[in-house]
Ligand binder design. Sequence first.
Ligand code: SF4
Length: 163
Amino acid sequence: MNVNGTLINYYFHCKRQCYFHGNRLNLEDNSENVSIGKALHEERNKCNNTEIEIENIKIDKLTKEYLIEVKKSDADVEAAKWQLLYYLKVLKNKGILRKGKLEFIEKNKTKKKILLFELTEENEKELCEITNNIKKLILQDDIPKVLNESKCKKCAYYEYCYI
Ligand code: SF4
């Protein structure tokens, strides 16, 4: 399986989740949380019609200066950051140079939180290591351990890990 933005995100969120998704054990379709995310995503695209698909990535918005990703929560900024950097790298490989912008739009909050990122030599190197680590993780025989953290309750694999 090729590494993609979802796997990068899951790698930071939970290695076990990354392993499951990489090995095509997909329970996301049953998850209420994922359904809400997808519905918001589709609704936004109906209004803006801006989603762009390049290779194996789907970008929310692309402006002259920024690649913009919209997230419904800032619960895992690190995961969202590396997913965004991965998208910037895919664009760079195509000769398109942009900075990255993360917009977090949380329910019942009128203001949105915005974070800016750029590809650097250092984080590009790190991204390469992360990609290699994900490939190794997916191929390993042992399934990573259950996290036992509060974020598990919102995870699509909750039932698989705990019940
Ligand atoms: S329920 Fe928890 S341990 Fe299981 S995959 Fe999800 S985040 Fe990881």
